[in-house]
Every structure is written in structure tokens, then in C-alpha cells.
Design a protein. Structure first.
Lengths: 149, 256
């Protein structure tokens, strides 16, 4: 009887730990279990300054995906950003991806402005129209040196 | 002058010998872990002692650690006008640092000291020698179950600590300081990645090995007399706590 109780306590203990770990990984770190419910599209930016993998992708302020990875494309010398978009979110082929900042010193995120085309992007395709991130230093120096229109 | 240099040399050699002895002891335990006989009964008892019975103290520590982090974090971050970052700050601090470290320290204080004391008394009462006479390998019988139990218990306790700590932070940030629950959880979800949890687990497993190793070593080689046992417990707790913090720095430096 004593030994059954001991085994039960240990079993329950380990189970609690695994439960805690699972909750941490799935709820907080958003670890995808099998496959995941998303498709990927690629976008090329001339500058992504400050955008990090894991940043949000938003349409009209609603989060619809996240930035998966960012690599430098050595052929075009542009940043190739892979976006994971939730299934069921239509992305038109002429949609515009732009990098924006939340607040003045906040996080960077990718904003997608929907296009008008009937053709929707499928997994692995490329968003052609992009807008690089706004660089405050450049903006200010343009203003100071009078080249801003 | 001459004798001073000599004394320094002798102290250094002693330290070297001590480190070598400890290291050989670790290799001995690890060897006993992988070779028979396996003792699941003893392992179960040790998990119960190290893990299950530390649960209460871990939950208590985690709640208050999370609560004070949220309070202090809110106060500090509000100077920069970024109170919204309280959630990620609490979660990352707990998952990466406080969870593994505080768990290891609490386990050292609760179970490590008991391990050293128990083994020390067994040593001075010649029970260890008696085991040897009976043809039972005392390291296999006494030490390896403790090491295995510690390796299993620490990650489990750390995971529980992380969850409870974040919930404690939630309690203060949302219900006391009036943050919105969405800001708290949303911030955590967007800033905590799988890698943070992975680091947390790596740390807790390493600390599990370290705590069991240091504490059993001190008890197993306790000196004669009640005084020797007392000293071995003190040394076990002090050395294990210090090494946990030192190792924590190096793992962090390596993994970041």
C-alpha cells in the first residue's frame, strides 16, 4: 500500500512537470506541434533594419502570422524574409508588404496591405511589392539637409 | 618569504588534488548509473524525497519571485514609459535565469543538505563499509539513485517554477497594478521562444548533476565525528550554491 502511494506521488509529480513544460512550449513559445496550420510566402526588402524572426505579420492591425526567417539573398543583395501566414488568410499577388514600427521606439512588424488582384498567393510564392522599413535617422538627416520634398 | 611560497604551493596542490578526487567520484557515479544493478525502488524513493517533497517550497518561492519581479519591473519600466513590457520581462527572467537557479538553490538547501547529512552519518557509523563487506557497491546503491533522481526532479521542478512564477507575475501585474491581461499574455507570447525554454531545461539538468554530485561527495567523504558530518553539510550547501551560480554564468555566456 505504502509503495503504491509512493509510485502514485512520483507519477503525479512527473506528470505535473510535463504538463507545465507542455503549457510553456505550446502556449507561450507557440511551438507548432505537427505540421502547423500555416503557409509561407516570401518577400524581398531593401532594408529590414530591426525586424527580427518571430515578429508579427498584420493585416489591418490583426495578427495573421509571424516572420519565420530572415536571410540575405546574395544574388540581389536584398533581405529575403519568409512569412508564415495562417491558413485561410487570402494574400493577393499584388498585396504590399511593408515594415512598420509599433510606437516610436517599439517593435518592428510586417504590415500587409491587401491588393485588388483575383489571384491569391500559394505557399512558397513571392510577394513582389514591398516597402522597406522607415529609418528615422535617414529621415531626419534628409530633413536637415533639405532633400526632403 | 620562502615558507609563504611553500604554503601557497601546498594549498594549490591540495586544491588540485581535491578537484581531481571530486572529478573521479563523478566518473565513478556515472559509471554506476549506466552499469547494473539498477535500483528503480531506490530511484523512486529519491525522486519522492528530492522532487515531490520540494514541491511546496518551490511553489511558494516561485509565486513570490514572480510577484516581486512584476512589481519591481513595473516600477522600473514605468520610468521609461514601457510598462507594457512587464510580461515579457517577468517571463524571460524567470524562464532563463530565476527558474533554474532558484530551483537548484532551494533543492540544495532542502534535499542537498539532507543528502550530505544522511551519507555523512552512514559513513561515520560505518554503514558504508558494511555495505562494501556485504558485497554491495555503495556508490551504486547509495549515490547513483540520488544523482538520477536529481537529474529527473530538477527539470520537473523548474518547469513548475516557471509556470507558477509567470502566474504570480500575472497576479500582481493584472490584479494589483491594473495592467490588462491581454498586454501581459500577448507580450509574453510574442517575446518568449522555444529556445528560452530549451535553455531553461539545459540549465536545470546541469544543475541537477551538479547539486547531487557536490552534496553526495561531501557526505560520502565526511570526516569522523559529529563535527565532521556538520562540516560536510555546510560545505555541501555552500559549494553547491556557489557552483550553481558560477555554472549558470558560463552556460548563459555559452548559449546566448
Amino acid at each position: 500500500m505504502r509503495s503504491v502511494k509512493l509510485e502514485l506521488a512520483v507519477g503525479l509529480f512527473v506528470l505535473t512537470g510535463l504538463g507545465a513544460l507542455a503549457w510553456l512550449s505550446v502556449k507561450m513559445a507557440r511551438m507548432e506541434l505537427v505540421g502547423g496550420n500555416f503557409f509561407t510566402v516570401e518577400a524581398y526588402f531593401t532594408s529590414i533594419a530591426g525586424l527580427k524572426p518571430g515578429a508579427g505579420v498584420e493585416i489591418a492591425g490583426v495578427e495573421v502570422g509571424r516572420v519565420d526567417k530572415i536571410v540575405l539573398d546574395v544574388q540581389e543583395f536584398e533581405a529575403r524574409v519568409t512569412l508564415k501566414i495562417d491558413n485561410g488568410i487570402p494574400i493577393q499577388e499584388d498585396a504590399i508588404a511593408s515594415i512598420r514600427t509599433k510606437g516610436l521606439i517599439g517593435d518592428r512588424y510586417v504590415k500587409i496591405s491587401p491588393g485588388a488582384s483575383d489571384r491569391l498567393l500559394t505557399s512558397g510564392e513571392r510577394l513582389v511589392q514591398t516597402e522597406p522599413s522607415i529609418n528615422f535617422e535617414e529621415l531626419i538627416s534628409q530633413f536637415i539637409h533639405g532633400s526632403a520634398k | 618569504m620562502f615558507s609563504l611560497v611553500q604554503r601557497l604551493g601546498s594549498a594549490f596542490l591540495e586544491l588540485l588534488q581535491f578537484m581531481g578526487h571530486m572529478f573521479l567520484f563523478l566518473i565513478n557515479i556515472l559509471w554506476c548509473v549506466v552499469t547494473p544493478r539498477y535500483r528503480p525502488r531506490n530511484l523512486l524513493k529519491q525522486i519522492h524525497f528530492i522532487g515531490v517533497r520540494s514541491l511546496f517550497v518551490i511553489i511558494l518561492t516561485a509565486t513570490f519571485a514572480g510577484m516581486v519581479l512584476a512589481l519591481q519591473g513595473f516600477y522600473i519600466l514605468s520610468r521609461f514609459g514601457s510598462e507594457g513590457m512587464v510580461g515579457p520581462m517577468v517571463a524571460l527572467a524567470i524562464i532563463q535565469e530565476l527558474g533554474p537557479v532558484l530551483t537548484a538553490l532551494m533543492v540544495t538547501g532542502r534535499a542537498g543538505s539532507a543528502m550530505a547529512g544522511e551519507l555523512g552519518v552512514m559513513r561515520i557509523k560505518e554503514q558504508v563499509d558494511a555495505l562494501e563487506v556485504m558485497g554491495i557497491n555503495p556508490v551504486n546503491y547509495l549515490i547513483s539513485p540520488r544523482l538520477e533522481a536529481s537529474i529527473i526532479s530538477l527539470p520537473v521542478l523548474t518547469a513548475i517554477f516557471n509556470v507558477v512564477g509567470i502566474l504570480g507575475g500575472y497576479l500582481v501585474a493584472v490584479h494589483l497594478l491594473g495592467m490588462s491581461a491581454g498586454t501581459y499574455w500577448g507580450g509574453i507570447e510574442s517575446k518568449v521562444g522555444p529556445r528560452d525554454i530549451y535553455i531553461s531545461m539545459i540549465k536545470s539538468v546541469s544543475f541537477g548533476v551538479l547539486v547531487a554530485w557536490v552534496c553526495t561527495y561531501m557526505g560520502y567523504y565526511a570526516n569522523r565525528g559529529a563535527e565532521g558530518v556538520g562540516r560536510s553539510i555546510t560545505q555541501a550547501v555552500v559549494l553547491s550554491s556557489v557552483l550553481v551560480l558560477v555554472l549558470d554564468y558560463f552556460i548563459t555566456a555559452l548559449m546566448l
